[in-house]
Design a protein around this ligand. Structure first.
Ligand code: UDX
Length: 439
């Protein structure tokens, strides 16, 4: 919304939320999320045509277009628990729009939702007897965290789905016109509403599938003498495959991939398409296996026991340049290591607070250190779990000098200079590559 306000000075954008603390934070200089470049965008538009408020009713009444971005977590109860999307917040919002609206509105699904949610929303909204008309569109968001502003300012594509009726077409064009202020028209794709909803789930499933595919090959590389980065480079040179999103590692995390695939699985099952469901479920299963395999390799390497050994985890965020830890592979690794009675110490430049919250219920010896050198002091092993740039340039000689011997380094993101570290005296275990060991 901040980028829309920035690029469309002729449009007033009001962001409303029930959370007063969050709204207050958006009005200050310490924004509630860490996203490079966002503060500049907010500062340019705030008070001019970008407003933040907790007055949801007034927000609804005053708007022609309402973007709904409430959370749609995976259901934890009842039918479809663990797979289906929990739509209670979405439905509450639809009912609230209905209760407060005094004129026709375009309602845009921004949250990722199961296919055909728009239809349910359409029915709820248009069930009113006040003669109000609501046009429900789907405009899925494809930005990635850490590069959100860049992705929004130069998107590969914007997708807008609507009903294929004259009113649906008009609503679609109204939203397309907003984006057209800065996105070339040929990148604004229009489709029916179900295609738009399904495209978002499918895009995330395909992206995650690439990672699970290369991670499955990483296991084979470790068993043979192949090198996963060389394989990725060689296959990525095929223009049909392409080089991006082929980086093998400890596994994918983030708020979207797992949730959206499980959603796709649930939808497929509910249409009786069990083969389709099983196929996509495999992508999630491969990811869990990769996380567990990483710890199994640590265990096997460290003489089949890590009990009482200090192990430093470098990075807890699910990827670099974010403080977000949702579904981070680091959490799975921490859980597995604690189950082996390891003495785990976590360090991360941005995600330490979230790491504390995520691990609050776990039993075992777990500590947090802002300084990676302090985290590594006295450790038997360091495991790199997030590809923070800062970890590439640490003084590993100093780290090695402070560690127990033999000193193990598990590079879960393949970002370090393995040959150099080996020469220094580390026993180095990258993902999908030959281990370099002195022991
Ligand atoms: C993703 C999609 O990219 C985005 O389009 C969608 O809107 C939301 O979900 P995000 O979760 O922010 O975005 O991060 P992304 O950069 O896609 O990374 C997801 C995970 O995959 C991270 O844990 C990352 O480390 C991992 N990853 C990514 C790999 O392991 N290898 C890769 O080659 C790429």
């Amino acid at each position: 919304m901040a980028v829309i306000a920035d690029r469309c000075p002729h449009v007033d954008v009001t962001v409303v939320d029930i959370n007063e603390r969050r709204i207050a934070a958006w009005q200050g200089d310490s924004l509630p999320i860490y996203e490079p470049g966002l503060l500049d965008v907010v500062r340019r538009a705030r008070g001019r045509n970008l407003f933040f408020s907790t007055d949801i009713e007034a927000g609804i009444r005053g708007a022609d277009i309402i973007f709904v971005s409430v959370n749609t977590p995976t259901k934890t109860f009842g039918e479809g628990a663990g797979r289906a999307a929990d739509l209670q917040y979405w439905e509450k919002t639809a009912r609230q729009i209905l209760a407060s609206a005094t004129s026709d509105k375009i309602v845009v699904e921004k949250s990722t939702l199961p296919v055909r949610t728009a239809e349910a929303m359409d029915r709820i909204l248009n069930s009113n007897d006040r003669g109000l008309h609501f046009e429900v569109l789907s405009n899925p968001e494809f930005l990635a965290e850490g590069t959100a502003v860049e992705d929004l300012e130069q998107p590969d594509r914007v997708l807008i789905g609507s009903r294929e009726t004259p009113a649906g077409g008009r609503a679609r064009r109204a939203v397309a016109d907003l984006y057209a202020a800065w996105v070339p028209r040929e990148r604004i794709l229009e489709s029916n509403v179900w295609s738009a909803e399904l495209s978002k789930l499918t895009a995330n499933a395909f992206l995650a599938q690439r990672i699970s595919s290369i991670n499955s090959i990483s296991a084979l590389c470790e068993a043979t003498e192949a090198d996963v980065d060389e394989v990725a480079y060689a296959i990525g040179a095929d223009s049909r495959i392409g080089p991006r999103f082929l980086k093998s590692g400890v596994g994918f995390g983030g708020s979207c991939f797992r949730k959206d695939i499980l959603n796709l699985v649930y939808i497929s099952q509910s249409y009786g398409l069990d083969e389709v469901a099983r196929y996509w479920e495999g992508v999630v299963r491969m990811n869990e296996w990769q996380e567990a395999r990483f710890v199994r390799r640590m265990l096997a390497t460290m003489f089949n026991t890590v009990a009482g050994k200090r192990i430093a985890l470098f990075g807890f965020a699910f990827k670099a340049n974010t403080g977000d830890t949702r579904e981070a592979p680091a959490l799975a690794v921490t859980r597995h290591l604690l189950a082996e009675h390891a003495d785990v110490v976590i360090t991360d430049p941005e995600a330490l607070e979230n790491a504390r919250l995520d691990t609050a219920g776990l039993d075992g010896r777990l500590t947090f250190e802002a300084d990676p050198y302090a985290a590594a002091r006295g450790a038997h092993a360091v495991a790199v779990l997030t590809e923070w740039d800062a970890y590439r340039t640490l003084d590993y000689g100093r780290i090695l000098a402070s560690m127990e011997r033999p000193a193990f380094l598990f590079d879960g993101r393949n970002i370090l200079d393995h040959a150099k570290l080996f020469e220094m005296g580390f026993n180095v275990y990258p993902v999908g590559k030959r281990a370099m060991s002195h022991v």
